[in-house]
Design a protein around this ligand. Sequence first.
Ligand code: PMV
Length: 364
Amino acid sequence: MNTVQEKDFLPLPALADVPEAGSVSWRSSSNIALIKYWGKRKGQLPQNPSLSLTLDHCATTTRLAFTKRKTASGDFSFHIFLDGKSNKSFEPKIRQFFTRIAPYISFLEQYHFDIHTSNSFPHSSGIASSASGMSALALCVMELERQLHTDMSLSHFRNKASFLARLGSGSACRSIGGPWVVWGEHSDIEGSTDLMGVSYPYETHEIFTGYRDTILLVDTGRKEVSSTLGHQLMHDHPFAEQRFTQARKNMGKLKRVFANGDLESFVEIVESEALSLHAMMMTSSPYFILMKPNTLEIIHRVWEFRKATDTPLCFTLDAGANVHVLYPKSEKDRAQKFIDTELAPFCDSGRLIHDKAGMGISRV
Ligand code: PMV
């Protein structure tokens, strides 16, 4: 059963009397998918449901300063600043975002926007900033809409922020909520929808409370394959349908694991999803290998450690070489000692980030 429809997000009636100037500010965390989204349909709709862990420390803070324009001239006027410095490289992405959300937001052309953004993680870390960045900006746009329509409910605010964030970057819609967020309709998950992310609606076993994620920065260079291209490559991929079916099945399995706390099955689902994502890249045309030798070193060491010590830690991967190592809060000391001594040497300049489950968003 879907709770929302696209028409719920149509623009609220434009007001004659909009504020002259002001600013709004939101912080939004990144998220890491356990069930991966890879492949989309027109309109930024996913080919399969995905589920992610919302992080706590890895976040973007964005301040949207707005000034009413003398004449609204049928285009968007904005400037982007990253860590206080003017940044032109994000302009095409933000213009595309504004173009996509314009059918749902009435005031975009009435204002000039200065977008001041900064990430808590190093810019060159290879951590995708699009999830936290697009969700923080979507929240700012919604905050302005809320200032214009003060009777807006909190659930509408969050739902529409996630809906808009999705139009910027699919995975960004999963940053609004937490600690586990589902995006994409699945028959076993009530309220799940392709339109936006929803916080996982069922109670989870206590072992999943405060789950940890250490991000190992293996390769901090530019992404070799943009996710836009990666999603496109699923269009005529020989294994696409099997992959989408696998993801749907894994979502059902993960629901059972969330209820019974079976970490052995959790590890199996999470690692299989990560490797399936990379298998899709290796078997597309053109094909890619995004893992680096150190990615594989780390994976093997995680497996050895798990076998030798019976610690339920596992890995997942994004569309890149960095490794996320996941483990329960109760294993924090043992796992971090292992990571700091045995895995850090395989990271770029030994860099890693110890993070944990978070709730996603906060107004600054
Ligand atoms: O949100 P996008 O278009 O950057 O795609 C993200 C894709 C993965 O990070 C590889 C998987 C996911 O579900 O986040």
